[in-house]
Design a protein around this ligand. Structure first.
Ligand SMILES: [Zn+2]
Length: 51
């Protein structure tokens, strides 16, 4: 058991060259996408209320 406060899911998108991927404060990282909208959608699917 980890004695830590509940992890908040705050997603952001990171652009790297032609690709964009979503990341979350919980440590999750989405797949690299060519379209930023896709990466943002990954973030919404990961955390519907946090994006
Ligand atoms: Zn998360």
């Amino acid at each position: 058991m980890l004695d830590q406060p509940p992890t908040a899911h705050r997603t952001t998108t990171v652009e790297k060259g032609p690709f964009t991927h979503a990341t979350c404060t919980c440590g999750w990282r989405g797949p690299a996408r060519r379209a930023r909208d896709r990466a943002r959608r990954d973030a919404v699917e990961h955390s519907p209320s946090g994006a």
